[in-house]
Design a protein around this ligand. Structure first.
Ligand code: ZN
Length: 192
């Protein structure tokens, strides 16, 4: 899939939102890609997973690992594309943790899969969980890279769609300065 193929899937799915959003990183933004609206369609999820799988095939991935909830669906599809298992870490008392009997072997080659990377924070946290379990993180990937190349990961990183939508700290946000109400992405889901 080319970047414009991916973008057109987002448009078709009503997943390009405009307004004033508070991202999970705490930053504010005038635009947001709601990946879940794309991934709700299994054929789109499968196609995006196959495209990501193609980008990371050379890494020799043995297990795909995602942070819940955002990374779970695309992680499953990347696992399908690579023919490996897909597990996820989830928050317990605020910290990402492997639960449900999920385990990693020492040296197991793990790929971290996300829907959207903005600061890289949740990717790094998921990498920490894998490394703490003794696994080797061989790479990370996401459908959308909003970091502008600043995710700062210490492993190879691939994304299908680089998307540099402006982000602002709340103190410096021009939309806040105009008095516009800020919403969390997903709280005003367009009807499609
Ligand atoms: Zn704002």
């Amino acid at each position: 899939m080319t970047e414009s193929d991916v973008l057109s899937v987002f448009r078709q799915s009503g997943a390009l939102l405009e307004g004033h959003f508070r991202l999970s990183s705490g930053l504010h933004s005038p635009g947001y890609l709601q990946c879940a609206l794309v991934l709700q369609h299994p054929r789109h999820a499968e196609a995006l997973g196959a495209a990501l799988g193609g980008l990371v095939r050379a890494l020799g991935v043995q297990t795909v690992m995602s942070p819940a909830l955002g990374g779970v669906v695309i992680g499953q599809e990347v696992g399908r594309a690579l023919g490996v298992r897909a597990i996820f870490a989830e928050r317990q008392d605020g910290a990402l943790t492997l639960r449900r009997g999920f385990a990693l072997d020492p040296g197991e080659k793990v790929l971290i899969v996300e829907d959207v990377v903005t600061t890289g924070g949740s990717t790094r946290e998921t990498m920490d969980v894998a490394r703490a379990a003794g696994a080797t993180v061989v790479g990370a990937c996401a459908v959308v890279d909003r970091s502008g190349g600043k995710q700062g990961l210490d492993v190879p990183f691939h994304a299908l769609l680089p998307m540099s939508v402006e982000t602002y700290s709340p103190e410096a946000c021009p939309l806040c300065a105009k008095g516009l109400a800020v919403s969390k992405p997903g709280s005003r889901t367009p009807k499609t």
